[in-house]
Ligand binder design. Structure first.
Ligand code: 5AD
Ligand code: SF4
Length: 479
């Protein structure tokens, strides 16, 4: 029983900025018969941290394991295969991952494979730590190796390798042949591109997910059509920077505006996309959003900071004036538009005055919702090399001030909805009460209301009767 080290992560490779032209895989996905025979009717457990790209990767791994005859479980104690799909974007997500690795230790003797995969595995120091500190983890693979999961299981289960490690740190290939088991029967995420070329100075994503690779429009449209045919109500087009879709494709490919229009024309009741970078948000995209009623008038537009010097040292490629101009143009062209954002406080050496510019930006845009973060240094990124004279205590203080300012506008937008009727896509029974259903408005606000379970998966009209900062109470509305 020995280890099989196929590759270990290399920051130099991950840092390379030029795109490496990949292959599109289309041949039918196959699983070794002996492996399927072994796995059939056994359970698998996947714990997913982080963003929708990870959720989608987990859905694909679940698809492969289901194809091998396995059954998904939420109870890791039953599982023959346990996978932790990790996120490296901030330190607290990494800490949670180590907690989960510890929890799975009790499974070392009971299960065949305990795997750690995803963004954390792209970081050399983290892989070293997992290798040396957690002997019960017998499979480590990166974001580019998800399609190869079944090969690794074969190497451990049938070829009897003690531990397999495979992290290529670069990937340009696109796999169109993989099965997938989606978590939600009404709302689907569809990858339109992978990776990011922006290299914002604080962000680990370009290192963990590689350069931008767009899927061909036909493949995306076929996937969307299949989802519509099987009753899906909402599609979210997914990428780290969706507005840059198509920039890497050869002549004849679609731009993001054209792709969005083609998907809208397929007739899915609700169409969303995430995440946008303000720099690539061209006027033709705004025009398409305005033109199609089924494109939700709710846009996630990360600002990160409201101060020009900080934006510059973040490498964001826009200043506060350009961002505001874009927001003004969007609001002018799209009536009833709501905006959400991501904001980082405590970027290295951010002064209090610079932070106040961020509050001013929040006052200007009046976001409908905001994801707020304290800056977390990511090893290997340029910002992590900076000295920082702002104490953690001060960062927390600013963070609380930011949250308070954001909540003022979030509450105001929620309370304005009281007395009005909105379309709500019903998700399921609310967490605390099975007689109460929950769903989301076009602007992505959660609404709770009394209703029959037969409404789940439908878009219904709800009159809002009460508002809280992060939720709304409503009742079914009959015209
Ligand atoms: N520290 C804090 N927040 C970060 N984000 C990305 N990298 C970091 C970091 N190093 C935030 C950004 C991004 C969101 C997904 O996560 O706001 O838009
Ligand atoms: Fe990270 Fe910037 Fe790319 Fe977003 S656009 S994934 S913040 S590098």
């Amino acid at each position: 029983m020995k280890d099989l080290i196929i590759s270990t992560p290399c920051l130099e490779d991950a840092r390379k900025k030029s795109a490496n032209q990949g292959i599109i895989f289309r041949d039918a996905f196959q699983i070794d018969n002996n492996l399927s025979n072994y796995l059939k009717s056994k359970y698998f457990y996947i714990r997913t941290f982080g963003c929708q790209a990870n959720v989608r990767d987990s859905e694909i791994m679940a698809g492969m394991l289901t194809m091998a005859g396995m059954i998904q479980t939420d109870d890791y104690q039953k599982a023959a295969i346990c996978i932790i799909n990790t996120c490296a974007v901030r330190e607290n997500a990494v800490d949670k991952m180590y907690g989960e690795i510890g929890t799975l230790k009790s499974m070392a003797k009971k299960s065949d494979v305990l795997a750690v995969c995803g963004c954390v595995c792209e970081q050399p120091s983290a892989v070293e730590k997992i290798r040396s500190t957690y002997p019960h983890i017998n499979l480590i693979f990166g974001t580019h190796e998800v399609p190869l999961l079944m090969n690794y299981l074969k190497q451990i289960i049938l070829d009897k390798y003690k531990r397999v490690i495979s992290i290529k740190s670069q990937g340009g290939d696109v796999f169109e042949n993989l099965p997938s088991k989606r978590t939600n029967p009404y709302k689907a995420f569809v990858n339109i591109m992978y990776g990011c070329n922006k290299f914002c100075t604080y962000c680990i994503v370009p290192y963990t997910r590689g350069r931008e690779r767009s899927r061909l429009a036909k493949d995306i449209l076929d996937e969307c059509q299949e989802l519509i045919d099987s009753g899906y109500q909402e599609i979210t087009l997914l990428g780290q920077n969706v507005n840059a879709y198509g920039k890497d494709l050869k002549k004849g490919g679609l731009t993001f505006a054209q792709l969005l229009e083609e998907v809208a024309k397929l007739g899915i009741p609700r169409l969303r996309f995430t995440t946008s970078h303000p720099w690539d948000f061209s006027k033709d995209i705004i025009e398409v959003i305005a033109k199609y009623p089924n494109i939700m008038k709710s846009i996630h537009l990360p600002v990160q900071s409201g101060n020009d010097e900080i934006l510059k040292s973040m490498g964001r490629r826009y200043n506060s004036t350009q961002y505001k101009k874009l927001v003004d143009e969007m609001k002018k062209m799209i009536p009833n538009l709501t905006l959400s954002t991501d904001i980082i406080v405590g970027f290295p050496n951010e002064t209090y005055e610079q932070f106040l510019d961020t509050l001013k930006m929040v006052d200007y845009v009046q976001y409908d919702s905001a994801f707020t973060f304290i800056y977390s240094p990511r090893q290997g990124t340029p910002a992590a090399k900076k000295n920082d004279d702002v104490s953690l205590q001060e960062k927390h203080r600013r963070f609380n001030e930011l949250v308070k300012t954001c909540e003022k506008y979030i509450s105001a937008s929620s309370s304005k909805m009281v007395g009005h009727v909105y379309d709500v896509l019903v998700d399921g029974p609310s967490k605390n009460n099975p007689n109460i259903l929950s769903g989301y408005t076009e602007s992505n606000k959660i609404v709770h209301f009394a209703g029959d379970q037969s409404l789940i998966g439908k878009i219904v009209k709800i009159k809002i009767i009460e508002s809280h900062t992060y939720s709304l109470i409503g009742e079914l509305y009959n015209e």
